[in-house]
Structures are given as C-alpha cells and as structure tokens.
Design a binder for this molecule. Structure first.
Ligand SMILES: [Zn+2]
Ligand SMILES: [Zn+2]
Length: 401
C-alpha cells in the first residue's frame, strides 16, 4: 500500500450502499476415518497440552481433488517502494515453504529510481527467477497498476512484459495485461488512503472492468486487513478471493514470524503444481485465503480443505463408561475454533473448542448411552464463507475399541 500521497488525492463518489446478502451455509461433511489405536498410542499422551512451537513452514494438506498450493501474489522490492533486493523475497518464500510468489512492483511509482535506474520493469522478476532456479519455488511475473480511485491499485500477474502496462489510461493498462494472458485482481479495496471508512465499494469503472473480463479477482485480505465487504463483492461478482502480504519490509518483522505469526497466503486448489495449474485455478475461482488463523473462501473450496485438515484418530469408550473419548487431529497450520451444536455436552470443556495446528485434541463426549455411531455438529467460527457466515462441520464418528 505504501505509495506517495500525491497519487492518492482522489475524488470518489459514493455508490449506492452495498447490499449484503447472507447465504445460510450448511454442509454435511462426512469424516469416516477408522479408528487407529496403534497410531494413537505411538503419538504419546494425547491429552498432553500443545507445547511445541509452530514450525515456520506453512503447511496445508491437499484436498481429495486438488493440490493445496500456498501462494503470495503481492510483494515489493527496491525496484518500486520496497526495502529489499528481490533475492530476499525468494529466501523468505522458501523459509515459509510457499509454492509460488509474484513480485508486483508499482509500475508507475518508482521512488528509488535515482539510486537504482532500471528502464526495464521486468528486472525484479528476472532477478527473483534466477534466485529461485535451484528450488521448487514458482515465480510469476507481475506488476501493480497504481492508480487513484477509481480504479485504485490492481495487480496483473502472469505477464510477459510489464513495460507494456506503462500507459496513461487506466483501462488501457488492464487491456495490455489481458492481452498478455494476465490475470488481474483489485488490491486493497478497503485501503483507508482511498476509502476513508475502510469499506470496499465498487465504482462504475470496476463494474465495466469486471463485465469486460479485465478484472477477475479481489483482495479480501491485504497485509494486516480483512474486508468483509470485499468478500461480498467477490461473491456477488464471481471474483477470485485473494489474500496477500503486500510486503514492503521483511516478512519476519511485519508478521511476527519468530513469535508464531504468519503472512496471509492464498491457498490455490490446483490440478497441477505449475504456473499453468495456478493460473487455471485462479480463473476457476478455486482459492481459500488464510489470514490471522481465519480460512476464508467459498464453501465448496474451503470445506474440502477443512475435511482434509481435521481427522478423527480414535473414538472409544474407556472402561465401562458411556463417556466417549474422541481424538481429533488437526494436520494443518490453521487453528480451528469450533462451537459445539451437537445434542451432547463435554465432560471437560464448554461448547467452545480449539483445535491447535498439528495437534491432536481429546474431547470426552457425554453420549449418555454407549453408541456405535455418533453424529456431532460444530459451527466453524474460524472459517468464513460469506460475511458473518460460518459453515457447519458434521462429524459422523464410528466408535471403535
Ligand atoms: Zn497498492
Ligand atoms: Zn502493493
């Protein structure tokens, strides 16, 4: 977002207020994992508190149908208004175990140009690509189209030549990106420098760009911010849901990585681990954003990711009690927050359940009778499918020995 205020003195008209539509979201997710007593015993005492620090590498499991690729499509270096050389962006991404990054310099705003002259706007991409060549990291060419509102800032990625976007007319820049096969999304539509109240709103120019296929995604998460209005715009206009770091300084410092923080990422549900696989997934809207432990996405995308992340390791009645001991493993980096909506109460907890990342949580469930199958439902408070809307997690638990 860091840009000179000169570029940001922007007239904007209030469009009619956004009409929020709430979709009741329910889903029957069947987790039919068989009990695995041998594995449960090998992992030690499942009731022990979660003490080991979260690993830095960002990890989400693949879903049944797609690869879960972690991507950051918005970052800056000294080739616009960032503070680091492009090689640092590559090293940060490797430490975070990302699958893909796009370095997206402000094409029109070049505050370091006197110190680092570079007539070619592809330089940051070229340097990053060379730095990543002996790794698995996928580097995508991109650029930030940096305009006052409307249309504000947008990122075009999968470019072949960023220089061609350096044109006066905003729409012409979008057309140049599309002509290169680019995918363009609206950046930080909630930015207070361009929206004083922090509320994302479409303007007629956005409507036109969307209608003409020139604007295909929107940042619902940018840097430290989440915009529920941007999420509603994405749902109403069939835009790809994007979350990015927009990092200018260091990821470690801005996102407190040593203290367990993480940068926002877009989890792209792709059929193959390649630039084309990622591009196709973005075009098909198959994304989930991870931000401050929230997972944000359409229900058909986020729930398969939840289903792959939360597994029942074991379910049994200890001794001759009718209190079911349920061991639930979370194999993802997200901490899930659940609200119990089952007819059963718990022996130790209240109705608010936390599933820490990479940890097995034990619930003692008072089923009153010794049942062979137990159906439980939870509201997934840390998962968002529309503004104010959380999906339902249904567990159908076969009880073992
Ligand atoms: Zn920006
Ligand atoms: Zn930016």
């Amino acid at each position: 977002m860091l840009v000179s205020t000169r570029l940001l003195s922007l007239p904007f008209r209030f469009r009619q207020a956004l009409i929020a539509r709430l979709f009741a979201a329910t889903l029957a997710l069947l987790l039919m994992a068989l009990p695995e007593p041998a594995r449960a015993q090998a992992s030690g005492d499942p009731t022990a508190p979660h003490t080991h620090p979260a690993a830095r590498a960002i990890q989400f499991p693949d879903t049944a149908d797609f690869l879960s690729l972690t991507c950051d499509f918005h970052m800056h270096t000294v080739f616009s208004d960032g503070s680091v050389w492009p090689t640092i962006r590559v090293q940060e991404a490797l430490r975070d175990n990302l699958d893909c990054i796009a370095i997206t310099e402000h094409i029109e705003y070049q505050p370091h140009k006197a110190d680092i002259p570079h007539p070619d706007r592809n330089r940051a991409y070229d340097i990053a690509t060379r730095a990543a060549q002996n790794s698995d990291l996928i580097v995508i060419a991109g650029s930030e189209i940096t305009r006052s509102m409307p249309p504000g800032h947008s990122n075009a990625i999968f470019l072949t030549d960023a220089n061609a976007l350096l044109v006066d007319d905003a729409r012409a820049a979008f057309e140049a990106a599309a002509g290169q096969g680019g995918f363009t999304f609206w950046n930080h539509p909630n930015w207070t420098a361009q929206r004083k109240d922090g509320v994302a709103r479409l303007e007629p120019l956005h409507d036109a760009l969307i209608a003409d296929g020139l604007l295909s995604g929107i940042e619902v998460v940018n840097e430290s911010t989440y915009s529920r209005e941007a999420l509603q715009i994405a749902l109403d206009n069939n835009l790809t849901i994007i979350g990015t770091s927009d990092i200018h300084g260091l990821v470690d410092w801005d996102y407190h990585v040593p203290e367990g923080g993480h940068r926002p990422v877009t989890i792209v549900l792709a059929t193959e681990r390649s630039q084309e696989g990622i591009r196709q997934a973005l075009v098909d809207r198959r994304t989930v954003v991870w931000h401050r432990n929230m997972l944000i996405g359409r229900e058909q995308h986020v729930m398969p990711l939840v289903g792959a992340s939360i597994r029942i390791k074991r379910a049994h009645y200890p001794g001759d009690t009718s209190v079911l001991r349920l061991e639930i493993e979370n194999v993802s980096d997200a901490e899930f927050v659940l609200r119990n909506t089952s007819p059963y109460g718990f022996h130790k907890q209240g109705d608010l359940i936390m599933l820490p990342p990479h940890h097995t949580t034990v619930l003692d469930v008072k089923t009153l009778d010794r049942l062979e199958n137990v159906r439980m439902t939870f509201e997934l408070l840390s998962v968002v499918t529309a503004p104010g809307t959380h999906p339902v997690l249904e567990l159908r638990v076969p009880v073992g020995e």
